[in-house]
Design a protein around this ligand. Sequence first.
Ligand code: UD1
Length: 345
Amino acid sequence: MSSSILVTGGAGYIGSHIVLQLLLGGYKAVVVDNLDNSSEIALKRIKDLAGENGPNLTFNKIDLRDKPALEKLFASEKFDAVIHFAGLKAVGESVEKPLMYYNNNLIGTITLLEVMAAHGCKKLAFSSSATVYGWPKVVPCTEESPVSAMNPYGRTKLFIEEICRDLHLSDSSWKIILLRYFNPVGSHPSGSLGEDPRGIPNNLMPFVQQVAVGRRPALTVFGTDYGTKDGTGVRDFIHVVDLADGYIAALNKLSDPSVGCEVYNLGTGKGTSVLEMVAAFEKASGKKIPLVKASRRPGDAEILYGSTEKAERELNWKAKYGIEEMCRDQWNWASKNPYGYDSTN
Ligand code: UD1
C-alpha cells in the first residue's frame, strides 16, 4: 500500500508543486487548506497533471486551528508523515497585525502537533524559511549560522523551529525535519501551476510577472545602493520544482531511524541580484520590464544565499535548475494565466 502524506497548505504555491511530485512518486496525498490564500483550481490541475495517479489526491477544507475537524480527519485515516506549509507569509502584514500571525501560524501548528501526537503520527517536515538568518554577517549561510528574526512572520518560523526541538527532546520517537528554504520562484513546466498572490505581490518575481503581462506599469527596485555587484539585493533563487524534490528527499530521510530533529537549507548556493533576475526574465519572456529605483525596503537583507552541502550530503538532493529555467517556466505560467487561477483562458 502506498504511503499517505498529509500536506497542510497543499493548495498554495509551494504546496501544490509538492503535492504533484508526491502523486507522481506514487504517494497518496491528503491536502488540508483553509483556502485563505490559495485556490481549489490548483488541486483540480494537479489531478489532471498526475494522470492515473490523480485519484490519489483528496482535499479537506480545514483551518488547522479547528481541532475537532483535524481530529476527525486523523481518526478517519492513518498518515505516514505530515508536510506542514499552512501559514501566513506576508512580512509587512505581519508587522501590522502581529497577533493575527501568531494566532494563525503558532496556534495552527501547535494544534496540528497535538493531533498528530494523539494519533501516533510523529513524522514531520516543516516549512521554515531562510528568513531566520536575518541579515547574515557571513554568506553562504550554513545550518549553524546565527539566527534572528526581523519581523513577526520570521519570528513565527523561529518559534516553531524551537517548538519542534522541544517536542523531540520530550519524546525521541518524533522525527522532524526543518527545511529552511530560500527564494522559491518558477512554476511547473506545464504552465498549469504557479504563484497567484492575492492583492499587490510582496515578492519580486510575482511582481515582475504582473508587469510583464501588463497588470502593473513598472517594477519598483528596492535599494540600488547595496554593497553588491550592481547595488541591488542578492538572493538565492530556487526553482519550485527543485524545492518540491527536496521535500521528497526529506520525506525519505524521515524513515531513517537516526533522524531526530534536523534542519536543512534548501537553496542553490548561488547568489543572484535583483537586476540579474530581471534581465533573465526579460530574456525568457521577450518583454521589457520598466524599472523605478527606490530606497531600500525596511528589514531587507543585503545578500542572502545558503550553503547546500548538508542537504547534498545527508538528503542526497541538489537543485538542478538555474535562473534561465526558473524564468522560462515562470513566464510560461504567467503568459497562460495572466490573472492567475482566475484567468478565463
Ligand atoms: C521575502 C521575505 C521573507 C520571506 C519570503 C517569502 C521580506 C523582507 N522578506 O524574502 O521573510 O520568507 O519573502 O517568500 O519581505 N524586491 C524589489 N521589488 C519588489 C519586490 C522585491 O526590488 O517589488 C527585491 C527585494 O528588495 C529583495 C529581492 O527583491 O532584494 C527579493 O525580495 P522578495 O522576493 O520579497 O524576497 P525576500 O525579501 O528575500
